[in-house]
Design a protein around this ligand. Structure first.
Ligand SMILES: C[S@@+](CC[C@H](N)C(=O)[O-])C[C@H]1O[C@@H](n2cnc3c(N)ncnc32)[C@H](O)[C@@H]1O
Length: 458
């Protein structure tokens, strides 16, 4: 069997079994009704009770896992991403037609945009992380001359090593912990050489280099932080060569499969803040669907997880890294208090009161929780501006738990959406996520749900 035939067989993995009928679910959160300090949360659970549907067969679709075998989609492992299949199924559910505008305000590694391209939709995306936008842009490039790419890889890999001119920021500690001096020099040598290539070949090669950083480092991406691990480090040259050749071969595969064909509409992706009105005015009131997943309220910090990639690509100093950290949606513990958007929700007051009354392992937790919903309030406000009447939203989100207090993120966001004329139509529960072992030891096993929330603009 030829290499391409094998790949095509592998691509059968694209098709995910989604046969389970939707069935009604009793929200788990309602079972903890012994505590009067949860009154506001219980009444929210009751308010939305009839809208819950169990969709546990979608549990993998809300993760990046199904993308791992899909050429181009898998060019950079973005653990926080969702799958191509999710976007395709939601586009079906929304009965989107060719040319409809679909928007992802938290575009990540570009899955919504790539799938939109496949479906002939007009995709718009923004993300605040320069690395995410770069990855998405490169994946969306329409490659004419694949042979030129192959030649360029060969040329790059055959250049003998010499001392690089560029440097990593010397005040970002994690870089020196992650890479030995020799590995740093090798990475920077390739960076310098890649920068001599013309566009778009240069970006293609740079994405290859970005995508191997974790594997040539002593780190492993672990949500909140980059965990330091001991491992044997392969040669940068060998691994870069193999990754780049795989990327070239992916382009051949997708050509044969007719995937990601040139789109009549140019996809739009840029750096931006989802809390601002960040897409050109000509699209306001024209968007048919938003398919997205915001950062979860789980303390993960994208500027730490992607610190190595940021340092290679754009950050020049520790100060740059801190600026990025503070620009992110306030879903992490180093979020700053700000008074830009005040919201009044009795349920949020209840959560903050209860969390503050408990012993906390970090005093900044209440600031983060409050900031998260203030920020999401702004995001939802802007989404309502972009959507056309009857426009739909599918938002993948997970609830949280701090000091044993449940935070029903999905329902709080539904309450905010209601303020901007977005009606909740349905809430699909895709899985329950366990609480941390630390929390479990104190408060017992209390899984929280991960859901897809569906809204429609009036
Ligand atoms: C859960 S991930 C989205 C993953 C994406 N759905 C995918 O499949 O790749 C959340 C994204 O939100 C981005 N982000 C964080 N704060 C943001 C903000 N204020 N505006 C826009 N994007 C932001 C992060 O950089 C991250 O890429």
């Amino acid at each position: 069997m030829s290499e391409i035939e094998v790949s095509i067989r592998n691509l059968e993995l694209f098709k995910f079994p989604i046969s389970n009928p939707k069935y009604k679910i009793k929200p788990l959160e309602l079972t903890h009704k012994d505590n009067p300090s949860q009154n506001e949360r219980l009444s929210l659970e009751k308010k939305y009770h009839d809208l819950f549907l169990a969709k546990f067969d979608w549990r993998q679709l809300v993760t990046y896992v199904p993308n791992k075998n899909i050429p181009v989609y898998n060019w950079f492992k973005y653990k926080e991403g969702f799958s191509r299949e999710l976007v395709i199924q939601i586009a079906k559910e929304f009965a989107l037609k060719k040319g409809d505008i679909i928007f992802d305000p938290f575009a990540g590694c570009g899955t919504t945009l790539l799938a939109s391209k496949e479906l002939g939709l007009h995709g718009l995306g923004i993300d605040i992380l320069p690395t995410a936008v770069f990855i998405t842009k490169v994946k969306l490039i329409e490659w004419g001359n694949i042979e030129l790419l192959k030649q360029s890889v060969k040329q790059l890999i055959s250049i003998p090593y010499h001392k690089p001119e560029s440097k990593f920021p010397d005040d970002v500690k994690i870089v020196n912990l992650a890479f030995s001096h020799d590995i740093q020099q090798e990475i920077l040598f390739f960076k310098d050489e890649i920068e001599k290539f013309k566009q778009p070949v240069r970006d293609f090669l740079m994405l290859g280099l970005l995508s191997i950083l974790e594997s040539v480092s002593n780190t492993s991406k672990d949500g909140q932080f980059l965990r330091l691990v001991k491992k044997s480090i392969p040669s940068v040259r060998i691994i870069l060569n193999s990754v780049l050749l795989e990327m070239v071969s992916d382009l051949k595969k997708i050509k044969i499969l007719g995937l990601l064909k040139p789109s009549p509409k140019k996809m739009f992706v840029k750096e931006g803040d989802a809390r601002d009105l960040c897409i050109p005015k000509k699209y306001w009131g024209k968007v048919s669907a938003v398919v997205t997943s915001p950062p979860y309220l789980n303390r993960y910090d994208y500027s730490r997880t992607y610190a190595l990639e940021l340092c290679l690509l754009s950050a020049k100093s520790h100060k740059d890294m801190v600026n990025i950290r503070h620009s992110l949606l306030r879903s992490h513990i180093e979020s700053r208090e700000c008074s830009a958007s005040q919201i009044t929700l009795p349920v949020l007051d209840e959560i903050l009161r209860e969390v503050k009354s408990k012993p906390l392992n970090n005093n900044r937790l209440p600031i983060m929780i409050k900031g998260y919903f203030e920020d999401m309030n702004l995001v939802i406000k802007q989404l309502a501006t972009y959507l056309k009447p009857n426009g739909r939203v599918a938002l993948v989100v997970a609830n949280a738990q701090f000091a044993g207090e449940n935070v029903p993120t999905d329902l709080i966001l539904c309450e905010l959406a209601q303020c901007y004329g977005l009606t909740t139509e349905s809430i699909w529960v895709t899985r329950y996520k366990g609480n941390s072992s630390q929390q479990m030891a104190i408060y017992g096993r209390r899984p929280v749900r991960e859901t897809i929330v569906f809204w429609r603009k009036k």
